[in-house]
Design a protein around this ligand. Structure first.
Ligand code: HEM
Ligand SMILES: *[C@@H]1O[C@H](CO)[C@@H](O)[C@H](O)[C@H]1NC(C)=O
Ligand SMILES: *[C@@H]1O[C@H](CO)[C@@H](O)[C@H](O)[C@H]1NC(C)=O
Ligand SMILES: *[C@@H]1O[C@H](CO)[C@@H](O)[C@H](O)[C@H]1NC(C)=O
Ligand SMILES: *[C@@H]1O[C@H](CO)[C@@H](O)[C@H](O)[C@H]1NC(C)=O
Ligand SMILES: *[C@@H]1O[C@H](CO)[C@@H](O)[C@H](O)[C@H]1NC(C)=O
Length: 593
């Protein structure tokens, strides 16, 4: 009797999670194994069958693993990313020789085409569509994505590899991402760079609060300067003066600043209780967050109005609208120039002098379009750049004093803040353990988002961007301790997630981050910059920018000019800290907060 009862009980109990017996493995969606290599596309047939579409991958065979002859040859000759990174970052004298020659143009064209070709264009998938579809193409409220989501009927969150449950995001952040002591970036990156990065990228990273993760409010999908002009026509009109093409502004202490929300009714995101006459109104709603963002917002506002004066002097017949629109195109061009020749130049550490010249691509096939990818958004969470406190003048400000501070910009003025931010070192982004406690929650959010959107594993992204998948956590981190802990938590290197992989990868020697951030980030970045319509043969000519004068403003733009054309006295301005004078210690905040 007892035995019978027990048997009954056993029958009624839910079955234990099936150990992968041959049949149950066969019942799994075969695409969960990510069988198709080299960009082959997995299509499920029946229940247990799949086919890899290897069209134009340069490979064939069931899993697109057999190279065609030319593919094989190219692979055999192609240097590894680590190799050419070494070459590009060493031998200054050699690169100074190259600088003045046609070889510079040749290499720059190579960099642009090889990188940009890694990005599918037109875009392919999004977080709701893991196959090509008209909806994914046409509905631009989605961020696109380069790799489709992990199918939602897979045995594990990463497909078939790793544990059934991923490690707790809070635990990952505390254990591997939280800063214990500030690690400064060995490339000498400063806070001005960090705020530029944040300011620049927040024109196209505007994850929609209402629609949820995977959706964006920045429908321009690129460098449209929506952070200066607003992401809708309605907001743009609130910010415009409708005189001489200019933007609204106010003059305080004899200097031009953004207008207030009180005046413009262009709402900003501030904590409750900040009165509207203290809120500065700019294109991007969140830029009240940091004085560093408001500094750049102010600089671009002044630049816009300055360019309007230049245009108006040459075109007294032009109406407000044409002055505004032409100034906007000039500022877009200036931005791209500064991002390539100052910002990316610094970040890359390359001795090859990068060149912004759209004509480099006029002889090759290139699509002038861009769509912002969710992977690019994830990857750009560079919060380790932020220090533990902010040094301005002879004072040190805590996060509590700095974040949402409405008076600092006006108290110090643009010059002093640019000078201060240019002198203070930023944190190293890669290598882990370098995010200040105040912003650790943002990193947790990134990991949560990647799970909600079912991002594929770090190693799948490595492969997609032409890198070898890591074989072990030791190989990833270059050490033992964190590696074995990660192995314990994830169970398998092929189950490691995208963002933790990017941040925990060992850095390149004396560099700000590891190989994957460069090899995955650069394609998105360069495609977004050169894919802008102003770089197309139809637009890239003097008339687009109001004549040679405007065209020249674009072609000679620099960070230094952006600042110094718009302040009274030119401060120290660069994306790196000044070289310390002999015997002097570089300035760094003393205390940890
Ligand atoms: C003290 C400085 C900073 C603070 C307080 C801060 C705070 C935040 C917060 C609260 C979010 C929204 C998170 C969410 O909705 O889940 C966010 C998003 C983001 N942050 Fe930061 N951040 C800082 C610096 C930076 C820097 C220097 C970068 C460099 C690029 C950066 C890049 C991003 C990106 C790309 C996003 C995603 C934006 C989006 O998708 O809408 N942040 N940050
Ligand atoms: C294709 O990939 C699957 C899944 O990874 C694997 O089991 C199979 O052996 C591969 N077949 C060939 C011919 O490589
Ligand atoms: C490289 O060449 C440009 C002109 O093409 C020149 O202005 C610049 O100073 C040169 N830079 C170096 C490091 O030689
Ligand atoms: C885009 O897709 C979302 C989700 O299905 C939908 O809510 C939204 O209305 C679509 N937008 C457009 C412009 O069709
Ligand atoms: C701006 O904020 C005000 C007051 O908080 C609110 O009444 C108004 O609807 C908001 N306007 C927009 C366009 O969101
Ligand atoms: C904002 O910054 C100023 C310095 O410009 C400082 O005196 C003030 O205390 C800060 N405000 C807050 C609320 O911390």
């Amino acid at each position: 009797m007892m035995l019978l009862l027990l048997l009954l009980l056993l029958l009624l109990l839910p079955p234990a999670p099936a150990a992968p017996s041959p049949e149950s493995v066969a019942a799994v969606n075969p695409c969960c194994y990510f069988p198709c290599q080299n960009k082959g596309v997995c299509v499920r047939f029946g229940l247990h069958q799949y086919e890899c579409d290897c069209t134009r991958t340069g490979y064939h065979g069931r899993n697109c693993t057999s190279p065609e002859f030319w593919t094989w040859l190219r692979n055999a000759l192609r240097p590894s990313p680590a190799f050419y990174h070494y070459i590009l970052t060493h031998g200054r004298w050699f690169w100074d020789l190259i600088n003045g020659t046609f070889i510079r143009d040749f290499l720059m064209r190579l960099v642009l085409t090889v990188r940009a070709n890694r990005i599918p264009s037109p875009p392919t998938y999004n977080s709701a569509y893991g196959y090509i579809s008209w909806e994914a193409y046409a509905n631009v409220t989605y961020y696109t994505r380069v790799l489709p989501p992990v199918p939602d009927d897979c045995p594990t969150p990463m497909g078939v590899k790793g544990r059934k449950r991923l490690p707790d995001p809070g635990l990952l952040a505390e254990r591997f991402l939280l800063r214990k002591s500030f690690v400064r970036d060995p490339q000498g990156t400063n806070l001005l760079f960090a705020f530029f990065a944040q300011h620049f990228t927040h024109q196209f990273f505007k994850t929609s609060g209402k629609m949820g993760r995977g959706f964006t409010k920045a429908l321009g999908h690129g460098v449209d300067l929506g952070h200066v002009y607003g992401d809708s026509l309605e907001r743009q009109h609130k910010l415009r003066l409708f005189k001489g093409g200019k933007l609204k502004h106010q003059v305080l202490n004899g200097e031009v600043y953004p207008p207030t929300v009180m005046e413009t009714r262009a709402n900003m995101t501030y904590p409750p209780g900040v009165p509207l006459h203290r809120q500065l109104a700019v294109g991007q709603e969140v830029f009240g967050l940091l004085p560093g963002l408001m500094v750049f917002a102010t600089l671009w506002l002044r630049e816009h109005n300055r360019v309007c004066d230049v245009l108006q002097a040459e075109h007294p017949s032009w109406a407000d609208e044409q002055l505004f629109q032409t100034a906007r195109l000039i500022l877009i061009g200036e931005t791209i120039k500064i991002v390539i020749e100052d910002y990316v130049q610094h970040l890359s550490g390359y001795h090859l002098r990068l060149k912004f010249d759209p004509e480099l691509l006029f002889g090759v096939q290139f699509q002038y379009r861009n769509r912002i990818a969710v992977e690019f958004n994830q990857l750009y969470h560079w919060h380790p750049l932020m220090p533990d406190s902010f040094v301005v003048g002879d004072r040190e400000y805590s996060y509590e004093e700095f974040v949402f501070n409405t008076s600092m910009l006006l108290d110090y003025g643009v010059e002093s803040l640019v000078d201060a931010f240019s002198r203070q070192p930023a944190g190293q982004i890669g290598g882990g353990g370098n995010i200040n406690r105040h912003i650790l929650h943002v990193a947790i959010g990134v990991i949560e988002e990647s799970r909600e959107l079912r991002l594929q594993s770090f190693n799948e992204y490595r492969k997609r961007f032409g890198l070898k998948p890591y074989k072990s956590f030791q190989e990833l981190t270059g050490e033992q301790e964190k590696a074995s802990e990660l192995q314990e938590l994830y169970g398998d290197i092929d189950a490691l997630e995208f963002y933790p992989g990017l941040l925990l990868e060992k850095c390149q020697p004396n560099a700000i981050f590891g190989e994957s951030m460069v090899e995955i980030g650069a394609p998105f970045s360069l495609k977004g910059l050169l894919g802008n319509p102003v770089c197309s043969p139809e637009y890239w000519k003097p008339s687009t920018f109001g004549g040679e004068t405007g065209f020249n403003i674009v072609k000679t733009a620099s960070l230094r000019k952006l600042v110094c054309a718009n302040v009274k006295t030119c401060p120290y301005v660069a994306f790196h800290v000044p070289a310390p004078a002999p015997g002097e210690r570089p300035r760094e905040p003393s205390s940890e907060l």
